[in-house]
Design a binder for this molecule. Structure first.
Ligand code: GDP
Ligand code: IMO
Ligand code: MG
Length: 424
């Protein structure tokens, strides 16, 4: 690998961070290109559990450069907490770089995220309320505030005052709420954040270019997942960025020909946090067992994750829309001792068989999964070689590979760094 993208191939939380952590060992640079602190990435090393939201998980290794690219939205208060948390565990952040072009999450973005969700009532999206959507809205509206603006006092003040004036009107007159934001308070707080963070600021497009063109090994750490992509996901139940492989290009400032490999991370089943149709969702005791054994509770919000059988229609869609060169299949240990295991191979809508993931949510909501059943297996968390996996588990992996249309090169049998099996 010289350039390798790792993305989520389902609805997020596929165990990307574990795969990124394993593969970071051989990387020189780790780059985040999209999303913000809506992401929750867990890395387990021996008895220590690290949770990342904005900082690339490569920071755990003492010699990797870690870059937060221009496509990421940065909550300065959040990233300072994360940096302090790492320092408290003795981990240096000297190798961290933050893009001068990245947009800042402002206090009014977080307030508006919460207010809009309440306003949507039963049609709420179930966002993380981290201000991600409103921040990306301002970016597209062309009134966003970027990291580089923090270095120009008068410009920063002007932009904050303009935004605060209009956001207070929106909060009061559109959403009829009493909350207000104060421009002076924001300006003071953000200058404080700037003083702490400015040593990390850089034109990261230059750093990424230099790393790629000098043949360094660059790993791009995806956040969220394919079905949360604003264009390709289950719109409107999506996030506001591009978690697919294509998003890496604009979010870090490289062209598509610079990407050599792209691994999609999947779970051996499917989870989703937040609302929206989910064809293979389980509401029975099998679903509860997977939720309990897999500890399926959100890293960022603590919400219980919805759980369902593996959906190969989604898998195939993720392979196609990110031109994935390989799949890392995590958490097949969670399926141990479950009895027969189901894989959704296609959908049925009335009499019609649907093989491709539908663009319309209304159509998706009418889709019934067509299942194939496969025999289950016993405990496997202790195994470290593919040959040692029970024949039933190997058959499951092979069937998923066949249905999704690209090779599975890694299989996860537990949360720890070493609970990973390479294939081939
Ligand atoms: P990410 O957002 O894709 O990085 O995933 P999260 O960290 O939000 O959630 C994945 C959870 O599954 C974390 O608690 C991981 O420690 C855990 N995990 C990762 N791989 C495996 C695996 O193969 N087996 C089990 N049992 N847990 C895993
Ligand atoms: P990682 O990187 C799972 C979901 C939220 C909600 C929708 C929109 O840990 O895989 P947002 O706050 O982004 O506007 O919420 O997207 N969501 C995630 N779900 N994993 C994530 O990140 C997510 N980031 C956002 O639950 O449904
Ligand atoms: Mg997560």
């Amino acid at each position: 690998m010289s350039t390798l993208v790792i993305i989520g191939a389902q609805w997020g939380d596929e165990g990307k961070a574990k795969i990124i952590d394993i593969l970071s060992e051989k990387a020189d640079v780790v780059v985040r290109s999209q999303g913000g602190n809506n992401a929750g990435h867990t890395v387990s090393v021996d008895d220590e559990v690290y949770k990342f939201h904005l900082i690339p998980s490569g920071i755990l290794y003492p010699n990797k450069e870690c870059i937060i690219g221009n496509g990421v939205v940065i909550d300065p208060e959040g990233i300072i907490k994360e940096i302090e948390g790492l320092h408290a565990k003795g981990i240096s952040t000297d190798r961290l770089k933050i893009s001068l072009r990245a947009h800042l999450v402002m206090p009014y973005h977080k307030i508006l995220d919460g207010i809009k969700e309440v306003y949507r009532g039963n049609d709420d999206i179930g966002t993380t309320k981290k201000g991600i959507g409103p921040c990306y809205m301002d970016k597209v509206e062309r009134c966003g505030i970027r990291v580089c603006d923090l270095l120009n006092d008068s410009l920063f003040e002007k932009k904050v005052r303009e935004n605060v004036e209009i956001k207070n009107k929106i909060i009061k007159y559109v959403y009829e709420q009493d909350t207000t934001v104060d421009a002076d308070e924001i300006i003071k707080a953000y200058r404080g954040y700037r003083d702490i963070l400015s040593k990390y600021f850089a034109d990261t497009t230059v750093l990424v270019h230099e790393a790629v063109s000098s043949g360094k090994k660059v790993l791009f750490e995806g956040a969220q997942g394919t079905l949360l992509d604003i264009d390709l996901g289950t719109y409107p139940y999506v996030t506001s960025s591009h978690p697919v492989t294509g998003g890496v290009c604009v979010g870090s400032g490289i062209g598509p020909t610079a990407i050599e490999e792209s691994i999609g991370v999947m779970k051996g089943y499917v989870t989703r946090v937040g609302k929206g149709p989910f064809p293979t969702e389980l509401f029975d005791k099998t679903g509860k067992q997977i939720q309990d054994v897999g500890h399926e509770f959100g890293t960022t919000t603590g919400r219980a994750r919805r759980v369902g059988w593996f959906d190969a229609v989604i898998g195939k869609y993720a392979v196609r829309t990110s031109t994935l060169t390989a799949i890392a299949l995590n958490m097949i240990d969670v399926l141990s001792d479950l009895g027969p295991i189901k894989i959704c191979v296609a959908y049925k809508k009335g009499e019609e068989i649907i093989n491709e993931f539908p663009p319309s949510l209304e159509e998706l909501a009418l889709c019934e999964p067509i299942y194939e059943e496969m025999p289950g297996w016993g405990p496997i968390s202790h195994l470290r070689s593919y040959e040692d996996l029970p024949a039933e588990a190997k058959a499951y992996v092979k069937r998923i590979e066949e249905l999704c249309g690209t090779k599975i090169t890694m299989v996860g049998v537990g949360p720890n760094r070493d609970q990973n099996i390479y294939i081939g």
